[in-house]
Design a protein around this ligand. Sequence first.
Ligand SMILES: Nc1nc2c(c(=O)[nH]1)N[C@H]1C(S)=C(S)[C@@H](COP(=O)(O)O)O[C@H]1N2
Ligand SMILES: [Mo]
Length: 343
Amino acid sequence: MKVITEDPANAETPLDVQRGIITPNDLFFMRNRFSFPEIEAPAWRLSVAGLVEQPVSLSYDDVLSMPSRSFPATLECAGNGRSGMDPTPEGEPWEYGAVSTAEWTGVPLHLVLEAAGLSEGVTAIVAEGRDSGVVSESRGEEPFARALPLDKALHPDTLLAYTMNGEPLPVTHGFPVRLLVPGWYGMASVKWLTSLRAIKGTFDGFFQIDRYIMREQGSDGPPRPVTEMGVRSIITTPRSGAAAHPGTHLVRGYAWSGAAPVTGIEVSTDGGNTWEHAEWTSGQARYAWRSWEFQWTADTPGPVEIQSRARDAAGTEQPKHSNWNDLGYCNNGIQTVQVTVIQ
Ligand SMILES: Nc1nc2c(c(=O)[nH]1)N[C@H]1C(S)=C(S)[C@@H](COP(=O)(O)O)O[C@H]1N2
Ligand SMILES: [Mo]
């Protein structure tokens, strides 16, 4: 792993170790605000309360005994690629490896919410994790908590996830139970989940109103919460800075989008002047990225800029540059890999 900070543990998956669609658990990127909470499964409870008819408290075994679903989904940190923004905003200096994919199993969240019975007028579910710490001088200590709008909370693909690639969730990824909000940036997938609270109106937690919001340059509107992952592709081979001899080389990478499956992938080896179709090497999936490859023939010695550009089934094309914002989120702009052709 490429370690960004030791404690809290923040680390990205080195791009060139990624193979196939699934990221092994021990290579899956990690994003943590605080130190890991250690939870004993038998002592853990999930409380479902707030504006509900019947508050519910679930044990780990209760969750395991409920109907479950499994599917692969890509999780990307909203700060992935922040170091590629110009000027570089404050925050963890992620390159392009704060994104990974796992096969998740869990209970559709709506089953648990329906068991508690949501009251009339509920607009969001506040999901809170066991981890906490001082978030700012004025606010003091707060847990990691996020409000999920009701429609997304009730979507059948939003899970209380308890396995990752067929194993119980590792401590580092939210044991015993986390939210899995597929298609959305990672901050929505609250780890070490301990409480779900049905609310009406707004939630003013630090990670809701001071972080994971878009304050776009030149826009006077109120900040928007960060939600769905933008359409994006990354190049995993070659590495930026690599040297290549004249001849044929394989360019490889991944593409994904929160809105819809990705259906188009193109590569440019002349800094974005001309584009050619690359080949998918995995099938279409609703929430998982797809792998692709492209045969590049290096000829004239000198510097070459390799880029990739994805398009999703909703018709959205990956932009050349994303909108710069002071917290450095949602950089789905095209990545440039610099390679030098040498004799
Ligand atoms: N409780 C809790 N949940 C959390 C976080 C956290 O710090 N605490 N970080 C969030 C962020 S910003 C991301 S990108 C994902 C990362 O999930 P991972 O560490 O399993 O890759 O977890 C989210 N859920
Ligand atoms: Mo994140």
